[in-house]
Design a protein. Sequence first.
Length: 381
Amino acid sequence: MSDVLTLMDEWGPERVVCVSDTRTGMRGVLVIDNTARGMGKGGMRMSASLTVAEVARLARVMTYKWAGVDLFFGGAKAGIMADPGSPDREAILRSFVRALSQEIPRQYVAGLDMGLTERDAAIVQDELADRGAAVGTPHVLGGMPYDELGVTGYGVAEAADAAARHAGSSLRGARVAVQGFGAVGHAAARRLAELGATVVAVSTAHGALHDPDGLDVGRLLHLRAEAGDAVVKEYGGGRLLEVGAELLVPADVLVPAALQDVIDEDIAASVQAGIVVEGANLPTSPAAQRVLAARGVTVVPDFVANAGGVVAAGFAMDARYSAFRPDQDAVFAAVSTKMRENTEKVLEAARAQGTTTHEAALALAQGRVRAAMELKGRLRR
């Protein structure tokens, strides 16, 4: 309990609910971080190495992400400690959501995160017999499968283009390295290519694929559908490097879109890209952020760059009980507008204040959350 208590500060978390089930072996946690601007909303992940601290950290990112795009939900995150490849996966998931039936969907609505798919969102709805229990469900169920549609990655690419324009250039002809070729990375690469960028590196758990002359993104996308993470081995061109090498290849733009904590001080000192757009949550440490800023590298922070998913989730939340699907064209248009506006706003604020972009983005988000807390009488006078 003392470990959980150490997670609490002036912002939250407001509630940490740990659940378990002996029969299935399920162990999991729900962290509701701050609801001053609305009910808890955030993804649900499944990982064999999950920790409460990890989920709490991600719930805080969601607090700032919702505030950063000025949409009215609060930060929350859920996690299940289990192998996503387990044959008991569905039973474990059902056990988890049953255990949280007092919280879902009144206090928290589930979404998708690492290790879970659109079908899992459908299972959450089924287990609780409530269409409002989860978003991100398959199209056939009337939902918006935003991972399948690649909304987050699309927004990352829009943020990258805005950052390039802010620097007085554009993505057309720019060399881009993408770490990760999963739900976010592959969609970012697709949109980056549409915007005229040359994708020179991508990576998966099987390795990093690099071609300084550019990779065929269309072929990569086709192979990914067939081979999954083995796409980098099946491509048959370029050079296969160790995982992590993609962060350091010659490039104009780097998109870390895989895991958290991948860029430390040493890597930050060696990154060759002039623009880093954080597609993943928490990919850079505070020390790395300071190194990048000192080197003149423009960084678009995670809760700005990858907030396209929460914009889509906002539409999906409105449509949970509707007979009509959300308008996908309207969603993509809103994502583009929000990502570009917020990127420009944060980069300008960092320049004016002489701070890192993370500090500028954090100040913006915290200001909005604090204003809501003040109005609701949640702050000590």
